[in-house]
Every structure is written in structure tokens, then in C-alpha cells.
Design a binder for this molecule. Sequence first.
Ligand SMILES: Cc1cc2nc3c(=O)[nH]c(=O)nc-3n(C[C@H](O)[C@H](O)[C@H](O)COP(=O)(O)OP(=O)(O)OC[C@H]3O[C@@H](n4cnc5c(N)ncnc54)[C@H](O)[C@@H]3O)c2cc1C
Length: 403
Amino acid sequence: MASEQPTEGVSVWETLRPDFPVQSLQSDLRTEVLVIGAGVSGALVAQALSAQGRDVAVIDKNAPGDGSTAASTCLLLFEIDNPLTVLVDKIGKEKAARVWQRSFRAMQNLTEKVRALDIDCDYALRDALLLPGKILGPAGLRRECEARAALGLESRIVEREELLREFGIDRPCAILSGNSAEAHPVKLALGVLRRAQAQGAKIFSPVEAASIETGEKYAIVTTSNGHRITADFVVFCCGYQLPEFLSVKRHQIVSTWAAATKPQPQNLWPSKAMIWEAADPYLYIRTTPEGRVLIGGEDEEHNDNARRIKRTPAKLERFRSKLSLLMPQLDFEVDFAWSGAFGSSSTGLPMIGNVPDMPRVCAVLGFGGNGTTYAQIAAEMIANALGGKAEPDIDLFAFGEND
Ligand SMILES: Cc1cc2nc3c(=O)[nH]c(=O)nc-3n(C[C@H](O)[C@H](O)[C@H](O)COP(=O)(O)OP(=O)(O)OC[C@H]3O[C@@H](n4cnc5c(N)ncnc54)[C@H](O)[C@@H]3O)c2cc1C
């Protein structure tokens, strides 16, 4: 049965959103590291750098956790949007292998970090089920599984009978992978930010970075209120909202939609594995602790909020018809429907690293549907770079590689 009035434009996380204590910026500031943006990327970067004992300040023009992070359905996968066998054609075998291995390790590290820091964010380890679609059909999925196995990445083929029995899904086969998780995205970002704060990081909001001057020894960010923040290093973690002064070629913005059904714990599949398709645009599904089904996808390449809002009813209809074909046992009575945007690049990979021609400035940009996994990779890479540790994968996500 269809819901008459889902809460449009409000994500399912809004009802359970924790408060976060911030400071207002009243004067100029000197800091070792300035992180611009307090979404999940800024939070993970700030935590990793403050854990090294660095003096870290974070600014955000909005409340922390209010950007794309608040819209995320928070499927935390090592499986990036570009299947391994597809990425090989885009960037070559050796690099594609390193990207997949790095995202696998990043998920292990994120899980370990959430546990070690005791972040209360409904983090639950889940399997992920990848169904055949237009990008990889059944034969393609089998090749993909073999390619992953050759790299030692945990995945196995599930045949039709098991799919029907365990998920109620009638498809020839699918790939089932471990090392994945789901979480509440805002609790995750704010929980990590709180740990950074406990390690000494200062979080200022609302503070907007309006311009930047860079030099050999430090960079100076001027805020829209005219305060000057001088930092040894500046890290832009602005999500898809690229400031004008960061020129990135071919960076696209993608609009995407999501919905949450009413709680229906009695209808859920036993493993509560997260489900997605090897298609473009793809549909993805996960459950929540209250027994809701989250469904998302239907991406379009634009960043027009009015168009997003206008298209929500049509997108809900698409979700309804796709879900009823895929898992007819589920109800599609929707409580929440929302949309948002994220950055994307020609390879689907993020840009992490030094910004060309801007000494002392690095950025974490262009994250597609795997933003949280890439945010963890970014935090590791930036912490390694500033800590003087070797970072073997710096070339994979360097500016100019994936823009
Ligand atoms: C509907 C939807 C579903 C998604 N589902 C998933 C998913 O299942 N799994 C997944 O991994 N990813 C998913 N994503 C992507 C994920 O949400 C993003 O990649 C991730 O949250 C980006 O985090 P971020 O911190 O980089 O950016 P954001 O969360 O957007 O944070 C950037 C912050 O920078 C601030 N800012 C920007 N410019 C300035 C400035 N000049 N000065 C000061 N502050 C500034 C903004 O106010 C904002 O708070 C989804 C996205 C959407 C929209």
C-alpha cells in the first residue's frame, strides 16, 4: 500500500540527529591544520590529524554533518561503483587492483576505527549482494568474482536457488561480499568529530571560507566575515560544493534520490545484507535498526535543487515498481523521501592530494556513491603524508588523474 504523504525532502536520519557543540569564530586564528568542511570527510581527516597530536581547526559554513553526509544512505562498501573488471579498462590492471585493494583495507580500517573509538552510530557489519544488471550480466559477475578472488578480496557467487531462498530474489546469480557495513551517517560523522574535539581539534561554525592566499610556508584563508585563518596546511573537504578558487576540470555533480519505508521487520530478509545492482543508474537497498527498508539511486547528472524536488514523486514511483519486481514480499509504504547531490569524476574515483599550484593545500573531492569509504582513504593518505610516512597509493587519486 502506498503512503499518502511521505516526509519529502527530510531524510530518515533527521529524527535521530544528535546535537553538536561548536564555537563561533570571533577573531583571526593561527592553526597548524585547517580543515574546511565538517562532513564525514572533514571529520575523519580532523580525527586522524588530531590523533597525531596536531593543532587542528575545522570550519563549516553550515552545521557539522549537514552536507551530503546528512543525505547519505550510508552503505559502507569496499566494492566501489566501478566493478574491478570495468575499472581495469579505464585505468589499467595494476592501478585498478590497487584501488580495489585500498578500498578493501579502508573498510577494514573504518570498522576498526569505529570500534576502537567507540563511536555510537548504529554501525553494523553486513554482507553486500551485487545483482546482475546492464554493466555486468551473470557471466560478467562470474568474471568479476574471479578477478576479485585473484586479489584476495572476499566475494563469492550466490546461485539462483540460494538467492530465492535467502532473499526472495529471482535472478540467475549474484556476488556476495563481506567486509561491509551500514551506519547512521550523521551519528558517524559527528561521533568521529567529537573524538577529534576530545583530542584538541576546534570546530567553528558557521564559518565560510571565502578566499585563500597560498605561500611556501603557510596558507591564509579569509572567511566571509573577514577573519583570517593562517595554517601550515589547509585541507578542503567541501564535498561537491567546490569553491571557485579550486579549479577542477570535468568535475560533475550528480543528483540522487532515496526513500525510507515504514518499519516492516517481519518482511526483511534474514541476513539484512545490503543489495545493489551492476547497472547505471543502479538501485540499492538496505535496512535500518527500526526495520525500515532504505532504497536509493536513480541518479541524474545535474545539481538543480528545484528539479530534484519536482522529480521526487516520479522517482518514488520508479522505486516502487523496481522494488515490487525485485522483492515482492516488501511493502513500499514510504515515510521519508529525500534527494541530494554528490561529486563525481570521469573514472568514478575521488581526487585526494595536493592541489596543483597551491602549495600547502590539499583537497578531498569527487566521491560518487562510495563517499564514506573514500573519506576513510583520504584520512589515511593525508595523515600519512603529513606524518612523513610512505604513501604508496598517492598516484591513484592525484589531481589530474581522475578529474
Ligand atoms: C542521497 C545520497 C545517498 C548517498 N548514499 C551513500 C552511501 O550509501 N554510501 C556512501 O559511501 N556514500 C553515499 N553518498 C555520498 C556521500 O554522502 C558523500 O560522498 C559524503 O557524505 C561526502 O562527505 P563530505 O564530508 O566529503 O561532504 P559533505 O557531507 O557535503 O560535507 C562538506 C561540508 O563542507 C561545507 N562547506 C562547503 N563549502 C564550504 C566553504 N567554502 N566554507 C566552509 N564550509 C564549506 C559544507 O557546508 C558541508 O558541511 C550518498 C549521497 C547522497 C546525496
